[in-house]
Design a protein around this ligand. Structure first.
Ligand SMILES: Nc1nc2c(ncn2[C@@H]2O[C@H](COP(=O)(O)OP(=O)(O)OP(=O)(O)O)[C@@H](O)[C@H]2O)c(=O)[nH]1
Length: 571
C-alpha cells in the first residue's frame, strides 16, 4: 500500500474516472462509522496512526461533546491495489434519524456505500432506513459487520438478518473490527472491486454538483463539489446555474480531510472550490456549476428537506438581532435542512420561526449557533405543524397509534410499523423508547401526512400573564394531565424569586392546573464577612451573568432552557 502525504506531489490527472471510487459509510447510530473512517484514513496515510486521532471526521465541537456525527464529511484517500493507484473519496455520514438529510445528499455524490452493522446489535431502524436510501439511488451496497471483537458478537446471526431483510447474500458480508483494524484492508479491496467507477468523462464539459457548503469568515463560501464531467482549474470562470452569476475560481482541491489545494479537479472527482461567493445565498446546496463558455443542463439537485418540528428563535437582547441574523444565515448554509421565516413575539421581540427535522436537530443547531457563532439565543417550545379548521366541526377522534405491520427479522428482533401523531414522537419518544427497552429498541419515522384529531389550545400563565412561547396544542383528552405536568415542570425549572409566582395552565379562560413558586430572596452577599469589596463586586457580577441566561416574562425571570425542558416528560 502506498501513501501520499507530500502536499506538492498530487497530480490528479493520474486518476481518470476508472481509477476513482466515491462511497459513503452509512449505519445506525453508534455502529462504528467514524471509527472505521479513522482506520481507512490511517491505512491510506491520510492521518497518522496515534491515539489522538479519534473520530477525526467529527470536526465540530458539538460532535465531539456529544460523541455523534451531525455533519457528513469528505476525505480523499490514495490506495494502491494490484499494482494500480486509486483515488477513493469517502463520505462519513451521521446515523441519527434527525440527520438523514445529510445521508441522502451524500449518496448523490457516490456510486456505492459501506453499510455498517454492529455484530452485537444487528440490523436496527436506521440500518433499514439508510439501506433504502442507498438502494433507491441504485448504489452498490457492501455490508460490513463491525465490532466482531466484542464478547457478545454474533456475526452469523447478523448475516442471516442481512440476507433476510435486505436480500443480500451472506457471502458478501465482510466481518471486521474497526477498533482493532481487523479485516479493514478487505473493506478497501471491496471498495475498489465492487463499487463502480463514476460514469463521468473528462471529454464532456465541466459540470459539478454542489453537495455541501459552508461559510468561512475570511474566504466566503467553500463549496464541496462532485464533478460529473470535464475539468476545472484555478482562474476558470464558472457559472452557478441557480443564480446565473459568474465567478472566478480562486482555489480548489481535495479534502484529506483538511483542504489540500491542487491545480485542477477532473471528472469523477470530489473536492472543494472557493470562487469568491461572499453571500450565503450564492452557494445553494444542489446547485450545478459549469464553465462560462460551456453551458450545460442542470443536475436534478435535491428534494428540499421537510421540517417536522418548528420553534421560535430570538436574540437574548434585541440589539443582538443583526448579528444573530447573519449567524443563522451562515449556519443554515452549512445545514440546509433548516427552514427559516421571520417572526415576532410580544414578549421576545423580533426573531425567527425555524423548522427542524427533529428535536435533537434543533438542539444541535442551537448549540452550534452558540459555539461556532458565539450567539446567545432563546428557543421557544417546539411544535409540530397542524392544519386547523376554524369552526366547531367535530373532528374524528383518533389519537392512538395504529399498528400497520409487523415483520420478524429473526427470533429475537421484530420490526413494527405504526401510524403515530407526530406530536407524540418528536419530543422525547426516542429517549423513552430507549430507556424502556434498555437501549435495545431503535426507531425511525417518515411523514404520513395530516390526520384529523380533537385538539385544543392550552395556555400557560405566569402570575396571570400568558406566555405565548409556551402555548401548546394538546389532545382534548390529555389537556388536564399535560397541563398539570407542564406546571410541575415549570415550577422545577423557574428559580424562586423575591415574590410568589403562580404557574397556571388554562384553556380559554378556564384554569385547569396550578402550581405556586414560593418567594425567596437570594442574598449572594450573605457569605461575605468583613466587607471585602472586591469579593462583593465579584459575587454581584456573577449574579448579573446568571441573570443574562434568564428571560423576563412580566416581572418573572425564566431560565431560557425552561422553554424546552418543560416539554420533556420525566417518567
Ligand atoms: N469493541 C468495539 N467497539 C467499536 C468498534 N468500532 C467502534 N466501536 C465503538 O463504538 C462506539 C461508536 O463508534 P462511532 O465510530 O462513534 O460510531 P458512529 O456510527 O460513527 O456514530 P454516529 O456517527 O454518531 O452515528 C465508540 O465507542 C467506538 O469506540 C469495534 O470494532 N469494536
Amino acid at each position: 500500500m502506498s501513501t501520499h502525504t507530500d502536499k506538492e506531489s498530487i497530480d490528479l490527472s493520474k486518476f481518470p474516472a476508472d481509477r476513482i471510487r466515491n462511497f459513503c459509510i452509512i449505519a445506525h447510530i453508534d455502529h462504528g462509522k467514524s471509527t472505521l473512517a479513522d482506520r481507512l484514513l490511517e491505512m491510506t496515510g491520510a492521518i497518522a496512526k496515534t491515539e489522538k486521532n479519534k473520530q477525526v471526521l467529527d470536526k465540530l465541537q458539538v460532535e465531539r461533546e456529544r460523541g455523534i456525527t451531525v455533519k457528513a464529511q469528505t476525505a480523499s484517500l490514495f490506495y494502491s491495489h494490484e499494482g494500480e493507484q486509486y483515488l477513493l473519496n469517502l463520505i462519513d455520514t451521521p446515523g441519527h434519524v434527525d440527520f438523514s438529510y445529510e445521508v441522502s445528499r451524500s449518496i448523490s455524490a457516490c456510486q456505492g456505500v459501506l453499510l455498517i452493522v454492529d455484530a452485537n446489535q444487528g440490523v436496527q431502524a436506521q440500518t433499514v432506513a439508510n439501506f433504502y436510501l442507498a438502494f433507491e439511488a441504485q448504489l452498490a451496497i457492501i455490508p460490513v459487520i463491525n465490532k466482531i471483537d466484542l464478547k457478545n458478537a454474533d456475526p452469523e446471526r447478523v448475516e442471516s438478518q442481512i440476507e433476510k431483510v435486505f436480500d443480500i447474500p451472506r457471502e458478501e458480508c465482510i466481518r471486521i473490527s474497526a477498533k482493532l483494524g481487523t479485516n479493514v484492508e478487505k473493506v478497501l479491496q471491496a471498495v475498489v472491486d465492487r463499487i463502480p467507477a463514476p460514469a463521468a468523462s473528462i471529454d464532456d464539459p465541466f459540470k459539478a454538483l454542489v453537495f455541501d457548503s459552508n461559510f468561512d469568515h475570511y474566504r466566503g463560501v467553500v463549496a464541496n463539489i462532485a464533478l460529473f464531467g470535464g475539468q476545472v482549474r484555478k482562474g476558470d470562470r464558472i457559472v452557478s446555474a441557480h443564480l446565473g452569476k459568474t465567478y472566478e475560481v480562486n482555489e480548489l482541491g481535495l479534502l484529506r480531510p483538511d483542504e489540500h489545494p491542487t491545480q485542477k479537479l477532473f471528472a469523477g472527482q470530489v473536492g472543494y472550490i472557493i470562487a469568491g461567493m461572499k453571500d450565503v445565498k450564492e452557494a445553494q446546496i444542489g446547485d450545478t456549476l459549469y464553465l462560462q463558455e460551456q453551458p450545460v443542463e442542470s443536475l436534478p439537485g435535491f428534494k428540499p428537506a421537510k421540517a417536522m418540528v418548528f420553534a421560535g428563535m430570538y436574540p437574548m437582547d434585541q440589539s443582538e438581532y443583526p448579528g444573530l441574523r447573519s449567524a443563522i444565515e451562515r449556519l443554515t448554509l452549512n445545514d440546509s435542512s433548516v427552514t427559516v421565516q421571520r417572526d415576532s413575539s410580544l414578549a421576545l421581540g423580533a426573531g425567527w420561526r425555524l423548522g427542524f427535522l427533529g428535536l435533537l436537530h434543533m438542539e444541535v443547531f442551537n448549540q452550534r449557533l452558540e459555539q461556532e457563532y458565539n450567539a446567545s439565543v432563546i428557543v421557544t417550545a417546539p411544535t409540530v405543524p397542524y392544519k386547523a379548521i376554524l369552526s366547531s366541526t367535530r373532528l374524528i377522534k383518533n389519537r392512538r397509534a395504529i399498528q400497520k405491520n409487523m415483520v420478524y427479522i429473526d427470533d429475537q428482533r421484530v420490526m413494527m410499523k405504526y401510524l403515530f401523531p407526530l406530536n407524540e414522537i418528536v419530543v422525547d419518544f426516542y429517549d423513552l423508547l430507549k430507556s424502556m427497552s434498555s437501549g435495545y429498541a431503535s426507531f425511525d419515522y417518515e411523514n404520513a401526512g395530516y390526520q384529523a384529531a380533537d385538539l385544543i389550545k392550552m395556555d400557560i400563565l405566569l402570575n396571570g400573564r400568558p406566555v405565548e412561547e409556551l402555548t401548546t396544542i394538546v389532545h382534548r383528552d390529555r389537556a388536564y394531565s399535560s397541563g398539570k405536568a407542564m406546571c410541575e415542570r415549570l415550577k422545577d425549572s423557574i428559580p424562586r424569586q423575591m415574590f410568589e409566582i403562580a404557574v397556571q395552565a388554562a384553556i380559554g379562560s378556564k384554569v385547569i392546573a396550578r402550581e405556586t413558586i414560593k418567594a425567596y430572596r437570594k442574598n449572594v452577599l450573605a457569605k461575605c464577612y468583613g466587607g471585602d469589596i472586591t469579593r462583593k463586586m465579584k459575587l454581584l457580577k456573577k449574579q448579573v451573568e446568571g441573570k443574562k441566561k434568564m428571560r423576563l416574562i412580566g416581572n418573572v425571570q425564566v431560565p431560557k432552557d425552561a422553554f424546552i425542558d418543560v416539554l420533556k416528560r420525566k417518567d
